[in-house]
Design a protein around this ligand. Structure first.
Ligand SMILES: C[S@@+](CC[C@H](N)C(=O)[O-])C[C@H]1O[C@@H](n2cnc3c(N)ncnc32)[C@H](O)[C@@H]1O
Length: 210
């Protein structure tokens, strides 16, 4: 009798969990659909969002960090992926107005539980972040891309992935310095996804660096 009860409880829990996940998916999809053409604050494209989503889900990443929240489009794609892996995103933004708008967007998308938004200067905060992280997305001031990478790669787990947005313009010094640096690291395997106009560098960490 007791084992029958446990059996029913188990399937009830599975049902509730499946229902909650489906419900969240619907809420996120609706939010993204309604806002598809409304992102005006240097936000990534939907295609870029799908790329980030895919990397996280495929690799079952759980702890993520984003530099440059803006109003939250990329964070929503990342957090949606983390809702499937049971993970959490920390995202940093320096502009208070954008930070507040992002928080409101996270609520509307139903993803607040998966995101820790931080208002502050990433130039300082990257050194204070504890890590380790499975996934990092850099999408802030280009002149600092290399510094962000230098500060954060030691906090990236072996097997983890560091991504950076808008890396197709090698004429920009910050982008060039960042790419030269990341390609020089023997323990990072880098490729550039140029399926969108912006270009995302995707670097997997093959081994621990000291
Ligand atoms: C390209 S936007 C980010 C877009 C966002 N990832 C999205 O797709 O929705 C870059 C953001 O980085 C922020 N930023 C620039 N320098 C920063 C810094 N030192 N610390 C934190 N955020 C910074 C800017 O205020 C801006 O909102």
């Amino acid at each position: 009798m007791k084992s029958l009860k446990i059996f029913y409880l188990f399937f009830f829990a599975l049902f509730i969990f499946g229902w909650a996940e489906e419900n969240l998916d619907e809420k996120v999809k609706l939010f993204l659909q309604e806002n598809r053409y409304l992102w005006r604050d240097e936000n990534i494209s939907e295609t870029d969002g799908k790329i980030l989503f895919g990397i996280i889900v495929e690799n079952n990443y759980k702890s993520a960090l984003e530099i440059g929240t803006s109003t939250g489009h990329s964070a929503i794609w990342i957090a949606w992926a983390l809702s499937k892996t049971g993970g959490k995103l920390i995202t940093i933004e320096i502009n208070e107005e954008r930070y507040k708008k992002a928080i409101s967007n996270f609520k509307k998308a139903g993803l607040s539980d998966f995101i820790i938004p931080i208002l502050g200067d990433a130039h300082d905060l990257v050194y204070k972040m504890e890590g380790p992280f499975d996934f990092i997305f850099i999408d802030a001031d280009k002149d600092w891309y290399k510094n962000y990478a230098m500060a954060l790669i030691p906090k990236l787990r072996a097997g983890g992935c560091l991504t950076a947005h808008n890396v197709l313009n090698r004429f920009m010094r910050g982008v060039r310095d960042f790419l030269d640096y990341i390609y020089s690291l023997p323990y990072m395997e880098t490729r550039i996804d140029n399926s969108t106009r912006s270009g995302i560098s995707i670097s997997y960490k093959k081994a621990e660096n000291k």
